[in-house]
Design a protein around this ligand. Structure first.
Ligand SMILES: Cc1ncc(COP(=O)(O)O)c(C=O)c1O
Length: 482
């Protein structure tokens, strides 16, 4: 119902203790009256003197509110005259539908991509607190933040002077190509490397580039849920392939799929290492241009018992392998940098897709990282934490054997940042996780990483991010739970 001039003050309710201030409250309430149509177009408002006196506030406060509403286009105000409403709030609301008349939309119609994403609970399934023994992390406390800070500072100063350049910074591409060739046996030129905000971004990009709805994709089971989610959302039929002691098994039977996702250096989550023979077998299975292999080398920097097995990508002479890496584990989780070594035939379309989707990492961070690697800080950090994580792995294994040897059997990984401990007498890993979580130790149930019905059960325990004293305390707590 429209409001008469005399009623206006009665509709305003100002709270002196409100943090918003009187002028802001008055502006908001007058705006509401106009927008709802209760103060219609052409209506004159009381003078600032009158409204101030009716509301018991200063005239300045009212003038301020009138000026603000005039600036927003709700009022016409001129000196010595009462302000007049200039918009027809009622008409605008009718065009948009009033709150009462607006039809209930119900569930919004989603794209097939978003609908499929909704069917997975990744990444929501794992928002555990960062406490011992949460898996999946390196120790951010061991990262040389002072050196990294100097690299960042230099690149920020440099950024102020530079022209906008390529999205994949050439210095970082070159430094990475050299590091990956010498440390991981990856065979790639610098311009095959895309710098991305995460490994997960690489998986989304790959799915967008090569998956057609209905394509068959194989993933490890249990495996990394982020990969299954990315390929499922793109419309692929995702099949989980069981593991043996070498990681992903070759699937007997049907023809090769469009894509195979694997973590051959340290299978996620079991840490198993795929043999050279198995790698060669998968390569043989993948016909160039028909079956792609995605090698996710998320923590391949950490190997303790033997020399690292070179990347599968380096064995491929036909450009069938996407090699994916991340700095989340090797540096810190919040650095938000990953990379993709693309097969030569796909570099150009992937670069277009990268810019199209906007998966571009901040260039001053790329430059800082290029310097960090070129000056030897990255390798020095890896050498140091590799020793540390090795000792932590052994410490956790020894602690579990001493305190929980009756209940758990440990699968000792040759590298990586986490290990699997299986319950000897039960398959109820989720109940066990619940129990230890309540006692303050964070772990993850192996069965929660299954693609379908779980066939492997155990606890996934992180060791890299936790000091030996923290590991000991967590193991004692766990022991008290069983
Ligand atoms: C196997 C595997 N791949 C990829 C990632 C994701 O890395 P990013 O944080 O760079 O997306 C993770 C993270 O836990 C992982 O475990």
């Amino acid at each position: 119902m429209p409001v008469s001039e005399a009623m206006i003050a009665g509709l305003i309710d100002l709270k002196r203790a409100d943090a918003d201030g009187l002028a802001m409250q008055l502006t908001g309430q007058l705006r509401g009256l106009i927008a709802s149509g209760r103060l219609g177009k052409g209506r004159a408002l009381p003078s600032s003197r009158r409204l101030a006196s009716d509301l018991g506030i200063s005239r300045n406060t009212v003038t301020h509110a009138f000026e603000q509403l005039a600036a927003e286009g709700y009022l016409a105000a001129s000196h010595g005259r009462r302000p007049v409403v200039t918009v027809d709030g009622a008409a605008q609301i009718d065009a948009a539908g009033t709150a009462a008349s607006r039809p209930r939309i119900g569930k919004p119609r989603l794209s097939p991509w978003a609908s499929k994403l909704k069917q997975t609970d990744w990444p929501m399934s794992y928002l555990a607190p960062l406490k011992p023994l949460r898996p999946g992390h390196g120790d951010a406390r061991e990262f040389p933040n002072d050196i990294w800070g100097r690299c960042l500072r230099r690149s920020a100063v440099w950024a102020a002077r530079r022209e906008l350049g390529p999205v994949n910074r050439p210095r970082l591409r070159a430094a990475l190509a050299h590091y990956l060739a010498t440390s991981r046996g990856v065979r790639a030129t610098a311009d095959q490397i895309l710098i991305l905000p995460s490994a997960q971004a690489a998986l989304t990009l790959i799915a967008a580039a090569v998956i057609t709805s209905g394509d068959e994709v194989w993933v490890e089971d249990p495996g990394y849920p982020g990969a299954a989610a990315a390929f499922h959302a793109s419309g692929a039929r995702v099949s989980g392939i069981r593991l043996d002691e070498q990681g992903m098994q070759r699937m007997p039977g049907p023809a090769a799929p469009t894509l195979i996702f694997m973590t051959p250096s340290h299978q996620h989550p079991t840490g198993r290492l795929m043999s050279l023979a198995r790698r060669t077998e998968f390569l043989r299975l993948s016909r160039p241009g028909k079956t792609w292999i995605v090698e996710d080398d998320y923590d391949g920097e950490f190997h303790y018992d033997s020399r690292p097995v070179p990347a599968l990508q380096g064995l491929d002479a036909h450009g069938r392998v996407f090699y994916v890496g991340t700095f989340s584990k090797a540096m810190t989780s919040d650095i938000r940098l990953g990379y993709l070594v693309a097969p030569p035939a796909l570099v150009s379309i992937l670069e277009i897709a990268q810019r199209h989707i906007g998966l571009i990492a901040a260039s001053h961070i790329q430059e800082a990282l290029a310097e960090f690697i070129a000056d030897g800080h990255f390798l020095a950090h890896l050498r140091r934490v590799r020793r540390l994580y090795h000792a932590r792995r052994d410490h956790l294994v020894a602690g579990l054997e001493r305190h929980l040897g009756e209940v758990l059997s440990v699968e000792v990984p040759s590298g990586g940042i986490q290990l699997v401990a299986r319950l000897k007498r039960s398959r109820a890993d989720q109940a066990a996780v619940k129990r230890v979580t309540e006692a303050g130790v964070v772990t993850r149930a192996l069965s929660s990483l299954a693609l379908g019905k779980p066939h492997d059960h155990g606890l996934l325990l992180g060791f890299a991010a936790w000091r030996e004293s923290e590991i000991s305390a967590a193991v004692r707590t766990m022991a008290s739970c069983f």
